[in-house]
Design a protein around this ligand. Sequence first.
Ligand code: FES
Length: 90
Amino acid sequence: MDQRIAGFSRPDPVTIMVRGRPFVAHPGESLAAALIAAGLWRFGEGEDPARPRAPVCMMGVCQQCLLRVDGRLVQACLTPVVAGQVVTPA
Ligand code: FES
């Protein structure tokens, strides 16, 4: 279920690959926001499996949103969605 705020116009959606599966998002929105809007909160595993990593600050401070995009380690909250991105866990 899409959890984006309704009533805003957005660019036409594009497809990116997230953990090997096609995923629809809007170009320019942050990658973290796009994943969260789709209900994907688990961004990675922590030392304790009961406490997975998930975005906390959404402004580049906490580092809990680290992912690999096209093989490069990025902060998902500061990385805009671009068509064709390949997203994998950090
Ligand atoms: S959510 Fe904190 S650095 Fe991205």
